[in-house]
Design a protein around this ligand. Structure first.
Ligand code: SF4
Ligand code: SF4
Length: 444
């Protein structure tokens, strides 16, 4: 098994050893869950329950008919005690439905229905996926019922299942492949049926060879290919994994579907299997809790809405004050200001990093060494982009240097000997461009 070689990117210490050998644990339920109505790309869902209502596990509690959105379900049974703005791990704050646990963990009636997915039509399967509130679980959180129902004029010939998991610390994809193999097989077969594609490739980094072997065995009687790909960050970014596995490149401003490819995360395949074969909505997901500030590091299957504080308690609490608290991985994850934020559908990791984990840096002037250019997977010049961002020369960054093509992977800053906060300047440039576009729209 030879991993495909690539040139761009970096190879940071993967720091996965703390949890990669640890089986997924389903812990005791929290006393309360805080369920944001916006856990996806698109319009927030609108609550359809009110304070005081009794709800069951899996009950629909928020929805909208907006074209791009996703349904939200109760993740425990109990009483709605509050509907209010609460800390949110992506948006800082947002409307959430707070449910007090009644200790019964009772399913909503009508769920848990065993189904033979092979006799369902594609439109029935798409409806099930929409009603189950499934979104991309690799972090992007794009509603799956839209992604898997592409416009008729877009021809899809390749499905890629992304199990690269290139971010340091995270071991969710690794563990689910080892432990939920059957669900992954069924979930991928359902997606394959929906898209009518013969060419299905599963990409896994070669630091998880036991997962590669497990899936190769599971798919040995099918045409689905399991590929070991070089461990190199950001191998799991959509554009990168497509390039590695198919050789196809996506032009700036285009999407994978424009070159005939759809990418789905491996955990999303599991959620699809659960919804289509058993009628289960997405109310639970596997999360890696890691970082030296935690007393214990684990992979936990947590109900959506579990606060980071409760999740951290399930790891014995904090051994020391974390230098940084992050949702997701350390490269592209989001820093959190409070442990009161909840687990959402896109939460792959909760990292409580100690000083040892964090390499905090004092910035100095650019040396023009070109290291950032060498590692940029998008072929950009991060050095120039950081200088333009610092000087707020946003039109030049847009027109001459393609700032919008940056995927914010952080490879440039990681490699920079001057410790320049390149991604910060790029994000700032994008924000100014957004503001400029919004002002232009408002002025019309
Ligand atoms: S410029 Fe953007 S895409 Fe290129 S290395 Fe930096 S963060 Fe990644
Ligand atoms: S790596 Fe840092 S010092 Fe070197 S060119 Fe890029 S921004 Fe400048």
């Amino acid at each position: 098994m030879i991993a495909k070689r690539i040139k761009w990117g970096i190879h940071p210490d993967t720091k996965k050893a703390a949890t990669s050998g640890k089986a997924i644990i389903t812990p005791a339920l929290p006393q309360q869950v805080v369920i944001p109505v916006r856990q996806h790309i698109g319009a927030p869902a609108i609550p359809i329950v009110k304070k005081g209502d009794l709800v069951k596990k899996g009950q629909l509690i928020a929805k909208t008919d907006a074209p791009v959105s996703s349904y939200i379900h109760a993740s425990i049974s109990g009483k709605v005690v509050e509907i209010a703005d609460k800390p949110h791990p992506v948006y800082g704050e947002g409307l959430a439905i707070v449910i007090e646990n009644d200790g019964l963990d009772e399913w909503e009636e009508g769920l848990l229905t065993e189904r033979d997915w092979k006799i369902l039509s594609n439109s029935e399967i798409i409806d099930i996926i929409r009603n189950a509130g499934i979104v991309g679980m690799g972090g992007a959180a794009f509603p799956s019922h839209i992604k898997l129902n592409p416009p008729k004029d877009k021809k899809v010939d390749t499905l890629i299942i992304n199990a690269a998991e290139c971010e340091p610390f995270l071991t969710v994809d690794h563990r689910v492949i080892l432990e939920y193999t059957d669900k992954i097989v069924t979930g991928i077969q359902i997606i394959q049926k929906l898209l009518s594609v013969d060419n299905v490739i599963i990409g896994i980094e070669d630091n998880k060879m036991n997962a590669v072997i497990k899936l190769k065995e599971a798919f040995s009687k099918t045409t689905i290919r399991v590929e070991a790909i070089q461990t190199r960050y950001p191998q799991g970014a959509e554009k990168m994994i497509i390039q590695t596995l198919t050789g196809r490149e996506i032009e700036p401003g285009k999407l994978p579907i424009d070159i005939g490819v759809i990418v789905q995360n491996v955990s999303t395949a599991i959620a699809i299997c659960d919804a289509v074969t058993k009628g289960l909505p997405l109310i639970e997901r596997v999360v890696t809790l890691s970082g030296k500030a935690l007393k214990e590091q684990k992979n936990l299957s947590l109900r959506i809405g579990t606060t980071f504080a409760d999740a951290i308690e399930l790891c014995g609490g904090l051994g020391k004050h974390p230098e940084r608290l992050i949702m997701g991985g350390p490269m592209m994850g989001m820093s959190q200001y409070t442990t009161q934020v909840p687990v959402i559908k896109g939460t792959s990791g909760i990292l409580a990093l100690s000083k040892k984990d964090v390499n905090d840096r004092v910035e100095s002037a650019c040396l023009h060494c070109g290291k950032c250019v060498d590692v940029c997977p998008m072929g950009l010049n991060p050095s120039i982009l950081s200088i333009l961002g610092e000087k707020e020369l946003i039109d030049e960054a847009l027109k001459d240097h393609g700032v919008l093509n940056c995927i914010e992977c952080g490879c440039c800053g990681y490699s920079c000997p001057s410790k320049r906060k390149i991604v910060h300047y790029i994000k700032y440039t994008k924000k100014l461009l957004n503001d400029q576009a919004a002002n232009a729209k408002g002025g019309k």
